[in-house]
Design a protein around this ligand. Structure first.
Ligand code: BT5
Length: 322
């Protein structure tokens, strides 16, 4: 019989010691097979403690994704819209998976994974995605009215994520244009929106959300900017996934009838950079000015030497100067 690493990790998820023999018996494999699988866990950044006479333990336990728990956290209406929720173990990128499923069949689906081997941000940047600790979620959706009807949709995603986190009583949240979720000024999560299809007709949108729940120190050093996670809060990843979907799905389902204009005030309330002196960076071009919120179409408004300029496009980044 072959078993997956996840089955062994599930058996150790409560953080208690289990002997190799009892694990093997419960899962129908040999002690040697258990040992072999647990070598892999180390490579995934999960520290498995071994103690003579007691066996194996994951100190602090593991909070693994569970499809049934996520589904239980969703209202009937949300379940009906999404249609399919998929929980994967390790995948290159949940966005890739969602996109290839949408190519096979139009509609809506949500994809979650324990880890990503090629998680990405904008412009091919890396998204650090260790196993079993954070949230990697993609929502694939199909719209009928063309790409241009979706202006500002990524900012609506930010508002939905903010609402979900605020309901979990997380304090110190903020949004940074265009796609960052901040906690106490540091990057807690990011949004990657990918659109394909007809500019005037059917188009497929994949909304990818990465949120740090409990980032292991062993991989955190590879993040190239100040980051945050939710380790100070008692939040399970299943609850978090359900909360995000509960806010995100109705918000996007309202598109394009409800436009970003309906969310603009709320986005601006959470705007972490409002009235801050910033650099707007677009490739090697840098413009300095004061951030003045966003337009009805979701463009960034910046006061540059007394002129009100607007910036839009997924390749722009902001840096705060003071
Ligand atoms: C983003 O890009 O912020 C969008 C990230 C979207 C990730 C999700 S996970 C589920 C789905 N599947 C995917 O493959 N992607 C999506 P960007 O603005 O380009 O930010 C990337 C930058 O954030 C990197 O260059 C690092 O500086 C930083 N970074 C990388 N991993 C991070 C992490 N786990 N937490 C905080 N910052 C991180």
């Amino acid at each position: 019989m072959t078993i997956s690493l996840k089955e062994i990790l599930k058996a150790l998820a409560d953080g208690q010691f289990r002997s190799g023999q009892s694990l093997g018996m419960a899962l129908g494999v040999s002690r040697a097979a258990v040992w072999k699988h647990l070598q892999q866990a180390g490579r995934l950044g999960i520290a498995v403690e071994t103690k003579a006479g007691q066996g194996y333990r994951i100190a602090g336990g593991l909070d693994l994704l569970d499809l049934d728990r996520i589904m239980l956290g969703l209202e009937e209406g949300v379940r009906r819209i999404v249609g399919r929720v998929v929980v994967l173990d390790t995948i290159d990128s949940t966005n890739n998976y969602a996109r290839s499923e949408l190519c096979k069949e139009r509609g809506w689906l949500a994809v979650l994974a324990e880890s990503q081997t090629a998680g990405r941000g904008r412009l091919g940047r890396e998204w650090v995605s260790p196993y079993g600790r954070n949230l990697y979620l993609s929502l694939g959706c199909t719209f009928a009215d063309g790409v241009t009807s979706l202006q500002g949709i990524s900012l609506v995603v930010g508002v939905a994520v903010h609402r979900a986190l605020a309901k979990l009583a997380i304090a110190g949240l903020g949004l940074k244009w265009p796609n960052d979720i901040l906690l106490n000024g540091k990057k807690l999560g990011g949004i990657l929106l990918e659109v394909a299809g007809d500019p005037a007709g059917h188009c497929e949108v994949v909304v990818g959300i990465g949120l740090n729940v409990k980032m292991p120190c062993s991989v955190a050093c590879s993040i190239s900017q100040p980051w945050a996670d939710m380790s100070g809060y008692q939040i399970t990843r299943n609850q978090l996934a359900a909360n995000i979907l509960s806010e995100l799905v109705p918000a996007l389902h309202g598109f394009p009838k409800t436009t970003f204009a309906g969310y603009r005030d709320e986005w601006q309330r959470y705007d972490a950079y409002r009235n801050a002196l910033i650099n707007v960076i677009n490739n090697d071009k840098i413009v300095q000015g004061v951030a003045r919120g966003v337009s009805d179409a979701g463009a960034l408004r910046v006061d540059v030497d007394g002129r009100d300029l607007e910036f839009s496009g997924g390749e722009i980044s902001l840096r705060r100067l003071v």
